[in-house]
Design a protein around this ligand. Structure first.
Ligand code: ATP
Length: 636
């Protein structure tokens, strides 16, 4: 089919209204998406599929959505598949009669066990045709597999694998490995759900409606879904509500709730006190210490159940039993439910002072036993997002802060409110910045108090500016970049990679844009560790969601899986790199000069990397560029 987005599984697969939808219809859709270039088309294909599901069997929509992003439940529930490749290879051998050496060599050549599984399965003749797989059946089995202990996973995997037809085998195996490789991320998924909702409503009348009207309605629904997902990132709640009550009531019926982590508000970097004051000219602001620890969203529901979520919405509750057991001291009487935004730092009990971030990282990540704790922690609360059944995010920060102070207690070395000073005097801000650094903090967070002072969920906002000590010299903030390729090393570095290709993330088009090659900042051991890690993430060809000039072609392409913090001397316009293309320059991208590896950012997923827009902002904020621009303005 030349126009793949016209594919409508409704007309293709043999399923009727009310019947369970075959898994094959979904994997055929994935196959088309994988063969398609261009995000809009990919979204359209998935949207068409969802619209077919909604008209035929809406009960399958939730499972179809989760399978499209290879999740089984909201991310914060931590239910993961990630079955080891060797286990899957053994299952493929056992069920198809192929030899292990053959499977291994084919996987090495294709770089994809999913394809090898599909080919092996198709080459096999079956005496009896197993019953067709359904979306709901596979989804339920995958949940059982995720919940089962190691060796009990094998039988249910075999049961499904034996029943796979065509591309089902490829995507089933990829789901188990944890990499679907169709490049559908959160924004595209929400877009596709919106497309599905709108198209299912009009189905036959779509032609009459005209492209324009259809598109504007899809955009409108997308926006509502995005807002809803921000406050309640849980499809288990959103999708059934959407199907029952429609899009008009969704925002109201899926509110923010304690127990469901929201994506945090983030700050924009700035280079100096004067830039901060220029931005906030005329607004009332506050400066808070920027504590260097781990972000913690502390939730308490009406039943008193406490959960602590990380910056990435991971459930960190079992990491902090010492906080949980003293949480009763924190809230005053009358407080029944709340969400507090805070930073947890390591605390020196004797010296009564904050310890560096590195000390906190020595603490165990999960299932910590109170008796074993060596590193004490202290919570610095800086925002209150929800109190006694009411979301507060649309209230100005001054009101939220007042409510926080009225309803919570401080206890030395355990609970504190972020140390703050309301001022817009340059000298005072500078002195406060120095004070924060002396107190083992990273610098300041400068926030609006009244006007433009709502809590902007999931946004890197201009109403929160960060002023870090290391910005004050050199090139502003460090960047968090995704490793997309490796260049084999020479001399001492033979056998590992000597350099890597890095990219920023363009969150609008959901693509990774090359920004620099990097070969500095690594020890020989760290190069070995990186080579070992990326060995398992090599892909045979460049994926459609990578924007990169052919002259940069690395020896190995990697799947975007790891984020590195990188510093550089400065940023410059580049004829070959694609970062922020079309923003600072209409045709050229931006690259980093003298990039240096700092550390791996385990707390960020590739989609949380520095965006193209942020790169352009950093480029434009360099003094040299600002001077050039103001000179140009004078000439104009
Ligand atoms: P960074 O490397 O600077 O931590 P980031 O992308 O993780 O970058 P930013 O938005 O850049 O996050 O900086 C805000 C972070 O600073 C928050 O995520 C939080 O963990 C931390 N923080 C410390 N003190 C405060 C405070 N008073 N108000 C808000 N955030 C604070």
């Amino acid at each position: 089919n030349p126009d793949k987005s016209n594919y409508h599984p409704l007309n293709d697969a043999a399923w009727r209204k009310g019947e369970k939808i075959p898994y094959l219809a979904l994997t055929r859709t994935f196959q088309l998406i994988e063969e398609t270039r261009g995000r809009l088309k990919m979204v359209e294909i998935l949207g068409n599929f969802f619209s077919s599901v909604i008209v035929t069997n809406p009960d399958d929509l939730l499972a179809s959505i989760y399978l499209s992003i290879n999740q089984l439940a909201p991310a914060y529930e931590g239910l993961e598949l990630g079955v080891a490749e060797t286990t899957l290879m053994k299952i493929i051998c056992d069920t198809t009669g192929r030899k292990m050496d053959f499977i291994k060599s084919q996987t090495h050549i294709t770089g994809d066990l999913g394809i090898v599984a599909e080919q092996s399965r198709m080459a096999q003749r079956m005496m009896f045709k197993p019953a067709p797989l359904t979306i709901s059946g596979v989804f339920k089995k995958l949940k059982d597999i995720a919940n089962a202990p190691g060796k009990n996973k094998v039988t249910p995997i075999k049961d499904i694998f034996i029943a796979c037809r065509g591309s089902e085998a490829r995507f089933f195996i990829r789901s188990l490995i944890g990499k679907l490789r169709i490049g559908i991320a959160e924004q595209s998924l929400i877009n596709a759900v919106a497309t599905g909702i709108v198209k299912s409503k009009y189905m036959d009348k779509m032609k009459k409606m005209g492209e324009e009207k259809l598109k504007s309605e899809i955009d409108e629904v997308t926006l509502i879904l995005k807002t809803t997902y921000c406050q309640c990132p849980n499809y288990d709640k959103i999708i059934p509500t959407l199907l029952e009550h429609g899009i008009d009531e969704i925002e109201e019926r899926c509110p923010m709730l304690p127990g469901v982590p929201i994506k945090p508000m983030l700050a924009q970097p700035t280079k100096g006190v004067s830039e901060v004051l220029e931005r906030f000219d005329g607004l009332t602001i506050t400066c808070e210490f920027k504590y260097d620890g781990e972000r913690a969203q502390i939730h308490c529901d009406e039943n008193g159940v406490i959960s602590i979520f990380s910056r990435n919405q991971e459930n960190n509750t079992t990491k902090y039993p010492d906080i949980i057991c003293r949480i009763g001291e924190f809230s005053k009487s009358g407080v029944k439910s709340y969400i507090i935004d805070s930073e947890i730092v390591a605390w020196d009990v004797e010296q009564k002072m904050i310890l560096p971030f590195q000390v906190l990282t020595t603490r165990k990540r999960k299932n910590v036993d109170v008796g074993e704790i060596k590193v004490q922690v202290c919570v610095y609360a800086f925002d209150l997002l929800y109190l006694n059944g009411e979301p507060l995010v649309t209230k100005p920060f001054a009101d939220r802060r007042k409510l926080m102070k009225e309803n919570f207690n401080e206890t030395e070395g355990m609970w504190h409110f972020a140390h703050a000073m309301d001022t817009s005097d340059v000298d005072e801000v500078q002195a406060f910045l120095e004070e924060s650094i002396k107190g083992n903090c990273e610098g300041l967070m400068v926030k609006t108090l009244q006007k433009d002072a709502t809590y902007e969920i999931a946004r890197r906002s201009r109403n929160w500016l960060k002023l870090k000590k290391d910005y004050l010299a050199g090139c502003g903030d460090s960047l968090d970049l995704v490793v997309i390729g490796g260049y084999r090393g020479k001399g001492k570095r033979t056998g590992s990679y000597g350099g890597f290709l890095l990219a920023c993330y363009d969150d609008e088009n959901e693509e990774y844009q090359s920004i620099c090659k990097i070969g500095t900042g690594f020890s020989d051991e760290s190069l070995q560790t990186h080579a070992e890690f990326f060995k398992n993430h090599v892909v045979p060809t460049k994926k459609s969601y990578i924007a990169c000039d052919s002259s940069l072609e690395p020896d190995d392409w990697f799947e975007p899986v790891q984020v590195w913090e990188v510093k550089c001397a400065d940023l410059s316009i580049s004829p070959i790199h694609k970062a922020a293309i079309g923003i600072a320059d209409p045709e050229k991208g931006i690259s980093l000069r003298f990039p240096r590896f700092i550390r791996i950012r385990d707390d960020k997923t590739p989609e949380m990397a520095t965006t193209g827009r942020e790169v352009a902002y950093m480029y434009n904020s360099q003094d040299q560029i600002k001077n050039q621009q103001s000179r140009q303005n004078v000439i104009d």
